[in-house]
Design a protein around this ligand. Structure first.
Ligand SMILES: Cc1cc2nc3c(=O)[nH]c(=O)nc-3n(C[C@H](O)[C@H](O)[C@H](O)COP(=O)(O)OP(=O)(O)OC[C@H]3O[C@@H](n4cnc5c(N)ncnc54)[C@H](O)[C@@H]3O)c2cc1C
Length: 383
């Protein structure tokens, strides 16, 4: 088994704190949140009280001024496998960085304190009913007026869509890839939410539709250049994908651990099923894939810490780890036999939760496109 060396003692101390906290404040509510289709608002505030939200934020906004991606990895590793619908990673490492890196002083002063305390939950709305992979095809439109923009359109499959107090909305401001990013607040006139979408997995995640009907967005709520948001989205997607990869690995690792226990406990033909050669070989293959996945992600996190993570490498991590997760949970269900199909067994949930990993944050096909184009294999041929 691979010995991971990405963390030092301080990280491991933090892990112990997170584990204790999650065991007290998160996991006991998992069933209730699944039923509700949404985690509670309180858990966000409690995470804020612990200092777990956007640690990189400036101290003047209540943050710790601590920009070390590994603390967010630990949150993902500890929380994600047992409560995959609490999207703390989306808040911290997918949406938060947009404000942290691109926000004006005024925007940060208005929003960062609430984002850090958990009063404001974050979401990002790119996908629309008519377009997902092809982000350049966004139809939600923003039209410039004197001191504001008017937003019209709709978004779908938006994570944290029900609880979000602030949504970064991608909207067309011109032709081609001219897209702006707009900070839309809960309560703005014309902004409404549709139903909480029922899904195959991630039952406690509040995925929703969002609607914008002549929403007046003040110019002070435009994030960055209103015509160059597409580029910002592409840049931030690399961090989103490595963050995703860690969650996939953590869930796959958890599935493996559960299965190790199960196959040593369960007996057939007078012996633990784990002692059949088939089980041994399956577990060995999975262990190898998991170790390869951790080696790749940890290596890329090191690149990321140096500011050198490329879009292609982030795509490789997302592609590989999501596919490893898919294969591992499938084999683990098989090794559980009928129990693996029963909702009361964690493995059955890990299986249905895993299916989305190959789809969101860019599908496996889009990852292959990014990697392949990086090899020079696009329509124009090799340079
Ligand atoms: C649970 C969940 C949470 C989500 N959260 C968010 C969120 O918070 N914010 C947000 O903006 N979006 C979110 N999404 C949307 C998600 O990112 C998109 O669903 C995803 O990018 C795929 O887009 P699509 O659904 O439009 O599929 P499509 O783009 O219609 O793709 C359909 C199929 O065609 C394939 N395909 C498309 N283009 C190509 C190509 N060029 N070459 C080869 N194959 C191709 C795809 O790989 C896929 O297999 C979420 C989705 C889900 C299900």
């Amino acid at each position: 088994m691979l010995k991971r060396t990405i963390y030092d003692e301080e990280h491991e101390m933090f892990r112990r704190t997170v584990r204790k906290w999650a065991e007290a404040e998160v996991f006991p509510h998992a069933e209730e949140w699944r039923e509700a289709g949404c985690v509670s608002r309180e858990v966000w505030k409690k995470a804020g009280e612990q200092g777990f939200l956007c640690m990189y934020a400036d101290e003047k906004y209540g943050g710790l001024g601590l920009d070390d991606f590994r603390y967010d990895m630990i949150l993902a590793e500890e929380i994600n496998p047992k409560e995959p619908g609490f999207f703390i990673g989306l808040h911290n490492r997918i949406v938060g960085p947009y404000l942290h890196k691109m926000g004006t002083e005024d925007q940060k002063a208005r929003y960062m304190p609430g984002i850090v305390s958990g009063e404001i939950v974050l979401a990002i709305a790119m996908t629309e009913p008519g377009t997902g992979s092809d982000l350049g095809g966004v139809k939600t439109r923003a039209v410039e007026m004197d001191d504001h923009w008017v937003l019209n359109g709709s978004k779908t499959y938006i994570s944290n869509g029900i609880l979000a107090g602030l949504v970064i909305v991608a909207a067309r401001t011109g032709d081609g890839h001219e897209i702006g990013l707009f900070l839309v607040e809960d309560g703005m006139e014309g902004f409404s939410r549709g139903r909480r979408l029922k899904k195959m997995g991630l039952q406690s995640q509040d995925t929703a539709e969002l609607f914008f009907d002549n929403v007046k967005v003040p110019k002070t709520n435009v994030l960055g250049d209103p015509r160059r948001g597409f580029k910002s989205m592409m840049m931030n997607l690399a961090e989103e994908r490595i963050m995703g990869a860690l969650g996939f690995m953590a869930r796959a690792e958890h599935a493996f651990g559960l299965t190790m226990e199960y196959i040593m406990d369960r007996r057939a033909f007078g012996r633990p099923i784990g002692t059949f050669q088939n089980s041994r070989f399956k577990m060995a293959s999975m262990r190898t894939e998991l170790d390869a996945g951790w080696a790749l992600t940890d290596h890329l996190v090191r690149e990321h810490l140096k500011g050198e993570l490329s879009a292609e490498m982030a795509a490789e991590a997302k592609l590989f780890t999501s596919e490893v997760e898919g294969r591992v949970v499938d084999e683990c269900v098989q090794l559980h036999g009928g129990a693996g199909y029963m909702d009361e067994y964690e493995i059955s949930r890990l299986y249905s939760d895993a299916r989305i990993s190959r789809i969101y944050a860019g599908t496996s096909e889009i990852m292959r496109e990014i990697i392949g184009r990086g090899l020079g294999l696009d329509e124009r041929g090799r340079n």
